[in-house]
Design a protein around this ligand. Structure first.
Ligand code: SF4
Length: 494
C-alpha cells in the first residue's frame, strides 16, 4: 500500500485546533425546564447533567417561586458549576436551565444562559438552543436606536425585540419578536407564573415534552434528560409550535406561518445520545441502521470492525452486524479531558490524538481493520488515529463513514468548520484516502442516510445542508462572517 503524502494536503494547509479537539462538529446547547416541582432546581441540574455532551463551556439555571427569579450560572461543566449550596438558593417550583457551547458570542461568563431580564413586561428568563441567521442586522438596527446589549450572544436580540414590542404581555411580545427573527431556535422562557417552550417553524433543533409521576411538566432537548429525572415522554413539540405551561396545564399554539420541516439529521448521526429519542425515533435504532446501510453499500473484506468512540460505536455495531465481520473495541477514549486544556505549542499538539485515544494492540495487530466513524471534518484527528492503529500493527486499514461527506458549514446552531477547512469540500475521495493513509475510504450516500431515518432524500423532513449545501433558510458566507465579527468583538470579562 503506497504511503504517498498528497502534496495538496499538507498539515500546514490544515487548520490547527486545540489539542483536545476531536475534529468533530460541536453542538451549541442543551435546554431543560420544569414546571410545578418542589425540586425544580435539583431536577434541572440533573437534566443538564445528562445533556452535558451538548455543551461544556458554561451552565446556568434560573428558578422562580412565583415572586422572584433566581439565577446562578458559571463557566465549566454542570457538576463543577453547581453544588448543594447554590442549588439551595434557586428557590421555587419552576426552573429552566442551559448548557452552552458557543457558536456566536465568545465563551465568557456574561454569555452564559439562561439570561434573566426585566422590562415593562415584567421579569423573565430565556434559554436558547440554535442559531439565529439575521441577528446581525437586527442587533445593529437596535443599537442604532439606542439599545445597549449586555452580552454578545445572538439570543439577546429576542429579549430586546420583546421589550420594544407594543404588546402588553410576554406571550404576544414573544410571538412578535420571533416573527422578526430567522434561523434555528428551540427556546424556553420562564416568568413568575408560567413556562413557555417554542420550536422554530423549520424545527431545526429538537424539543420534547414529558411528565413526572408527581404531575410536574418537563421540557428538554433530549429524552435522556427524562430518564434521569424519572419523567415520562409525552410527545415532541412540533416545528412552529409554542406551548404555554401554567396552573391550567399545557396550552398549544402555532403562531407562525407554516414551513417545510427541516429537522437536523446530524442529531441522529452524531450529536444526540444513543439512549435518547429524537423527533420521536430512537437515536440508537437510526444510528445502527446508518452503519447497517453503510456495510451494504460499501462492503470491504476485513477481520475486525472497530469504531472511533464513542459517537461511532453504534454505527460500527450496525456495520458489523450487516457484514458478518466481528465488532471489537479497538480504540479507547479518555473521558477526562476538559475544554480548559490550554492550546500548546506544536510539539505537544502532535500528542493530541494520543491524549484522547489509545489503541488496543491485541485487537488490531496483524488484522485487516475496518474503522467506522460518523464524520470527518478537517481530517487531522482521523489521520492521527490511523497512524496509531498502523503503529499497533494493523495489516490493512479501511475507513467507513456512516454519513455522506461533510462539505458545507452549518448556520443553524452547529459549529462545523468553514468550507475551505472541510477536507471533503476541497479534495477528492482519493486525495482524502492518501492524506489519511488508509487502504480504502468510503462514505454513506445521501439516499441511504435519509432511508436510515425513514425518509427519502427528495422529500425528506430533514435538513441535510452540511452534506449538500442546500440551505433551508438562505444564508451566505458573508453574513456568517458578519455574525462572527459582531458576536466576538467584545473583550472577555474576568
Ligand atoms: S446544516 Fe447539518 S448540522 Fe446544520 S442543521 Fe442542517 S443537518 Fe444539522
Amino acid at each position: 500500500m503506497e504511503e504517498t503524502e498528497n502534496p495538496k494536503i499538507t498539515p500546514s494547509r490544515i487548520h490547527c485546533f486545540p489539542v483536545v479537539s476531536d475534529d468533530k462538529p460541536k453542538d451549541e446547547c442543551a435546554i431543560f425546564g420544569i414546571y410545578n416541582s418542589p425540586e425544580a432546581a435539583n431536577f434541572t441540574y440533573l437534566g443538564l447533567y445528562s445533556m452535558q455532551h451538548r455543551g461544556q463551556e458554561s451552565s446556568g439555571i434560573v428558578s422562580s417561586d412565583g415572586e422572584n427569579l433566581y439565577r446562578y450560572a458559571g463557566m465549566g461543566l454542570v457538576a463543577s458549576v453547581f453544588n448543594e449550596g447554590n442549588l439551595k438558593n434557586l428557590h421555587g417550583n419552576m426552573a429552566i436551565g442551559h448548557n452552552r457551547y458557543s457558536t456566536t458570542g465568545a465563551s465568557f461568563l456574561r454569555n452564559a444562559q439562561p439570561m434573566r431580564v426585566e422590562s415593562h413586561l415584567g421579569g423573565m428568563a430565556l434559554a436558547h438552543n440554535g442559531n439565529l441567521v439575521n441577528s446581525y442586522d437586527i442587533r445593529r438596527a437596535l443599537e442604532l436606536e439606542g439599545s445597549i446589549f449586555q452580552t454578545t450572544i445572538d439570543s439577546e436580540v429576542i429579549v430586546h425585540l420583546m421589550a420594544k414590542s407594543k404588546s402588553k404581555n410576554i406571550l404576544d411580545a414573544l410571538c412578535s419578536a420571533l416573527r422578526q427573527i430567522e434561523g434555528a431556535y428551540s427556546l424556553l422562557v420562564l416568568t413568575n407564573h408560567f413556562m413557555i417552550g417554542v420550536r422554530d417553524p423549520n424545527g431545526f433543533r429538537p424539543l420534547v415534552l414529558g411528565e413526572r409521576p408527581d404531575g410536574a411538566l418537563v421540557l428538554a432537548s433530549e429524552t435522556c434528560a427524562f430518564d434521569i429525572t424519572d419523567t415520562k415522554y409525552v410527545r415532541d413539540i412540533e416545528p412552529g409550535e409554542m406551548v404555554i405551561i401554567d396552573k391550567y396545564g399545557v396550552k398549544s399554539l402555532f403562531p407562525f406561518a407554516e414551513r417545510k420541516a427541516s429537522l437536523c439529521i446530524f442529531e441522529y448521526i452524531y450529536f444526540s445520545r444513543p439512549d435518547s429519542f429524537i423527533y420521536s425515533e430512537s437515536v440508537y435504532k437510526i444510528r445502527k441502521q446508518l452503519g447497517f446501510n453503510l456495510a451494504k453499500l460499501k462492503p470491504v473484506e476485513g477481520d475486525v470492525v472497530i469504531s472511533v468512540p464513542d459517537s461511532a460505536n453504534v454505527a460500527a455495531l450496525g456495520y458489523a452486524e450487516a457484514s458478518g465481520i466481528p465488532f471489537a473495541i479497538g480504540l479507547i477514549r479518555s473521558h477526562y479531558i476538559g475544554r480548559t486544556f490550554i492550546e500548546p505549542d506544536q510539539k505537544i499538539r502532535d500528542f493530541g490524538a494520543k491524549i484522547k485515544y489509545n489503541v488496543i494492540r491485541e485487537v488490531v495487530e496483524g488484522k485487516r481493520v475496518i474503522i467506522v466513524d460518523d464524520s470527518i471534518m478537517r481530517g487531522t484527528t482521523s489521520r492521527k488515529i490511523v497512524k496509531m492503529i498502523k503503529l499497533a500493527g494493523a495489516k490493512e486499514i479501511h475507513m467507513r463513514i456512516s454519513a455522506p461527506p461533510t462539505i458545507s458549514p452549518c448556520y443553524y446552531g452547529i459549529d462545523i468548520p468553514t468550507h475551505k477547512e472541510l477536507i471533503a469540500a476541497t479534495h477528492t475521495l482519493e486525495e482524502i484516502r492518501k492524506y489519511l493513509r488508509v487502504d480504502s475510504i468510503e462514505y454513506l450516500d445521501l439516499e441511504s442516510m435519509h432511508t436510515a431515518a425513514g425518509q427519502n432524500s427528495k422529500n425528506s423532513k430533514f435538513c441535510d445542508a452540511c452534506f449538500t449545501g442546500n440551505y433551508p433558510i438562505k444564508f451566505h458566507a458573508s453574513d456568517a462572517s458578519k455574525e462572527k465579527y459582531l458576536f466576538s468583538d467584545l473583550s472577555p470579562e474576568s
